[in-house]
Write a protein that binds this ligand. Structure first.
Ligand code: FES
Length: 56
């Protein structure tokens, strides 16, 4: 599933970034060489990151 339409970032990419230490959508996107634009994806990205960090 695509999380961020503006940057074409997939859920698996956000999860991988979170497991690599990203603790916010901003840092996760930066780790992927991108940055948030419209911001619509931020709540969903934040939820995914929280899930990954809860597991880790
Ligand atoms: S959908 Fe992610 S910044 Fe627009």
């Amino acid at each position: 599933m695509v999380v961020c339409i503006c940057n074409a970032i997939k859920e698996k990419d956000v999860r991988a970034a979170a497991r690599s230490g990203a603790d916010s959508p901003c840092t996760a996107y930066a780790a992927l060489g991108r940055r948030a634009r419209c911001g619509q994806c931020v709540p969903f990205a934040r939820q995914i990151i929280a899930e990954e960090r809860a597991i880790a």
